[in-house]
Structure formats: structure tokens, C-alpha cells
Design a protein around this ligand. Sequence first.
Ligand code: FAD
Ligand code: FES
Ligand code: MG
Length: 284
Amino acid sequence: MPSRIVKKRSLIPGQTSELVIDAPHIAAKAQPGNFIILRVCPEGERIPLTIADTDKQAGTITIVFLVLGKTTAHLNTLNEGDEILDLCGPLGKPTAIHKVSGPVICVGGGTGIAAMHHIAKGHHQAGNHVVAVIGARTKDLLLFEDELRRFCPEMLITTNDGSYGRQGMVTEVLVERLESDKTVAEVIAIGPVPMMAAVAKATKPFGVKTTVSLNSIMVDGIGMCGACRVSVGGKTKFTCVDGPEFDGQQVDFAELTQRLSSFKEQERISYEEFKKSHVCNCTR
Ligand code: FAD
Ligand code: FES
Ligand code: MG
């Protein structure tokens, strides 16, 4: 069903955008951790994006996306008032959120910070003390700081170049936080695969529950095609219906990384073609 974009905000010009979309059926049911799958044009591919927020009264959902290749570049050509061809969701298992005695640490990297927002909000609403650990390469690439401050009384920020917050990686401040507080109930990480793998490695010695949200390649999003296969604890799981969140200590990150690059050459050619005309070949 076509869904209208009611608001568009450029978070990092030309690179990361936020869309508020009129989707009352999805907004009514969406919970933290859920995602949608959308198509921009009739012959176009289906891509998954996390629901970063919902406004159930207004009937809207918010997505934040990084322009990475052809479909996200095409999506970024749409503006307020335009329609997205179809949206399917909410998909995936919601985040397991309940009142816990210790702090919940939400670790976000890059666009994953926005995806983390909905989860941090959910934990805050459940009465948990939420610590946000967020990082980016440089200050200008840091997303959703103000939005997260509403739900996270503690914010620990890192940039690789030291232009804002602490210089270094999110894992360094995460380890310090875990060393100084043995009551942490859970660590949740969303971001680039190397970051999530590093978080799982860093938390292992502390034995703290560590959840990661996997971004495997998806097609149908409903458990039929098998494209989103991941290995967790030696067993094959489908990220779309068994996840996207899994125990970080059990995930085979090397296999996930390898599968994510399976179509690199086709994706490069498709994006190069798109950049020539900014029109999808399928609409010609
Ligand atoms: P392409 O050049 O086609 O792909 C670039 C890279 O993106 C690929 O190499 C591959 O690693 C990955 N990718 C490509 N196609 C898919 C696909 N169908 N499914 C998943 N990954 C793919 N990105 C965001 O910016 N914001 C989000 O909130 C977000 N949430 C996600 C939630 C889930 C559950 C998953 C699985 C992925 C999420 N992603 C998110 C990643 C996003 O789907 C990809 O960046 C997007 O599909 C890239 O499409 P493209 O055509 O622009 O780039
Ligand atoms: Fe097809 Fe998960 S995307 S089975
Ligand atoms: Mg693509």
C-alpha cells in the first residue's frame, strides 16, 4: 500500500535522512526492535529499515537511513508529500523489554544510533535506567543525540577523531562503564557489523547479557526465502523471523560479514547506473 511521506529531515546532508511516514496500520502495532521492508518502485528491490520511532496518535512511523547504494539513494530522492510504493511491517520480533534492577546500556554506532532510539525509549518507559553509549567517526556524523537525551539520563559519547566526547571507540567507554558497575543488566548494540562484533567481544569477560541487532540481507522478511540466514550458537536462524536481535556471544560475525558482501559487484553496477540519471532503470 502506498504510504505518504509527511516530513523529511536531512540529518547529514546527502548521506543520512529521516522520514516520517503516514502508516497508521504499522504505527498501531510497531514495537521497539521491529523493522519494515519497503519498495521505492515497482521492479525495485525490497529493503529493510528499522522503525526508529512511532507516533501512534498521528499514525506515523519514523525511519532513518544511510544512503549506501542504489535503493537508499533512490529513496532519498523522495520528498515530503511523495509516496513510498509499499511498506510492509511491522516485521521481526520486538525487543524483549521488561523492568530490570540494573542499568541497560544501549550502544549505537553510525545510523544504528537512530535505530537504537526506539529501544532506548522502550526501556525508559519500562522504568529502566538507560545508558546510551554512542559513537561516530566525527562530531558532524553523530545522530540523534538530543532525541536520546530524553530517555537516557547517562550519555557516553565517543568520536574517532576526538572532535566531540571522548576520542576513541564506543567499546572503550563501554568497558570502563562495565568495570565500574557490576549491576548492569544488559548491553544492546546496533551499528556496523564490526562494531557489534567488538561489543560482544568486549562484554564477554563481564558475563553480561549482550544483544545485537543483525542487518543481514533480506528479501521477503517473512521467513520464506532464506536470504537472511545467520548462524547463531551453531544453528541456522532466519534474521527476519527469529531476530533481528540475537545473543551477541553466539553470532558467527565472520559468516555474516561474508554474506553481506555477496552481491557487492552487482550493487556497485546498479548504483553506478542509477547515478547517471537518478532514475531507476525499471521505470524507463
Ligand atoms: P546496496 O548497494 O544494494 O547495498 C549496500 C550494502 O547493504 C550491501 O553490500 C549489503 O551489505 C547491504 N544490503 C543490500 N541489500 C540489502 C537488503 N536487501 N537487506 C539488508 N541489507 C542489504 N539501514 C539504515 O540505513 N537504517 C536502518 O534503520 C536500517 N535498518 C535495518 C534493519 C534490518 C533488520 C536490516 C536487515 C537492515 C537494515 N539496514 C538499515 C540496512 C539497509 O537495509 C541497507 O543499507 C540497504 O538495504 C542498502 O540498500 P542499497 O540498495 O541502498 O545499497
Ligand atoms: Fe527471507 Fe528472512 S528475508 S527468510
Ligand atoms: Mg541494493
